[in-house]
Design a protein around this ligand. Structure first.
Ligand SMILES: Nc1ncnc2c1ncn2[C@@H]1O[C@H](COP(=O)(O)OP(=O)(O)OP(=O)(O)O)[C@@H](O)[C@H]1O
Length: 234
């Protein structure tokens, strides 16, 4: 599988404080990489550096071999970002939000194609034309995933995607992420949810105070073993 995300000595400093220290990491197409760590460990900083929202103090972040630079859009059309709370227009329907945001990204789709993206993201057809203000958090997130799909992004970054989701919605979300990965999408998520990370992830990273301390494959580890490793690390 081809390398999609690469960090080489990636570092972010704020005055005297190092939020991310010498991160080196390679992630391949079709992987779901979950980054665990306490509040302030540097997870969001890592995502923001890959998205080009922040300028690195040292090292580099690459997406499909292209270096991320905040002032350059070259990598921005390869990625999509789903924040913890997906910001959408409450008075528009899921379909209208998707239409609006995909147009903003330069795409124009017919209704059928928009509906297909929403269905692929797991949003039932009967919800497509309801106003966003009536959606649950999980439904909003599905619209966020549909927007990412409509942008044809190869990589989807997610920040704490399962926080506040009930177990059934979390399980549905896990299934959707696995389907996307099977289609060749690469998913990078920051999460506090150890059990979901084991279920959805192909690999897990554990960060402590800006340093990636462990990277483990989920094929050889149970949720309780990961929890033990996490507690010993942080
Ligand atoms: N603009 C800034 N100026 C100074 N320090 C900052 C700034 N932005 C972030 N930090 C610090 O960098 C560290 C890493 O923050 P980051 O948001 O990456 O952590 P996180 O692992 O995502 O935490 P959480 O789980 O709470 O989202 C934190 O200590 C934070 O206070």
């Amino acid at each position: 599988m081809s390398v999609v995300l690469e960090a080489v000595g990636l570092t972010k400093e704020y005055q005297q404080y190092t939020a991310l220290r010498q991160l080196s990491l390679t992630i391949h197409a079709g992987e779901v990489f979950c980054l665990l760590g306490q509040n302030g460990a540097g997870k969001t900083t890592t995502i923001n550096l890959f998205l080009g929202f922040l300028e690195a103090s040292g090292g580099k972040a690459l997406i499909k071999g292209v270096e991320v630079r905040p002032d350059d859009n070259a990598t921005k059309n390869m990625v999509a970002y789903i924040p913890e709370v997906v910001q959408l227009y409450g008075n528009l329907s899921g379909m209208e939000n998707l239409d609006f945001f995909s147009r903003l990204a330069g795409f124009s789709y017919a209704g059928e194609a928009l509906a297909a993206f929403l269905l692929k993201a797991g949003l039932q057809a009967e919800a497509h034309n309801k106003r966003l203000s009536t959606y649950s958090k999980g439904m909003r997130q599905k619209v966020g995933i549909a927007i990412a799909l409509s942008k044809n992004a190869d990589v989807i970054f997610m920040d704490e995607p399962t926080s506040g989701l009930d177990p059934k919605t979390t399980a549905e979300f896990t299934t959707i992420c696995k389907e996307l990965a099977a289609d060749g999408k690469t998913i990078f998520m920051a999460t506090h949810d150890i059990f979901n990370a084991v279920n959805v992830g192909s690999r897990i990273g554990i960060m402590k105070q800006g340093t990636l301390v462990h990277t483990v494959s989920t094929s050889g580890i149970s949720a309780s073993e990961l929890q033990q490793l996490y507690l010993e690390t942080i």
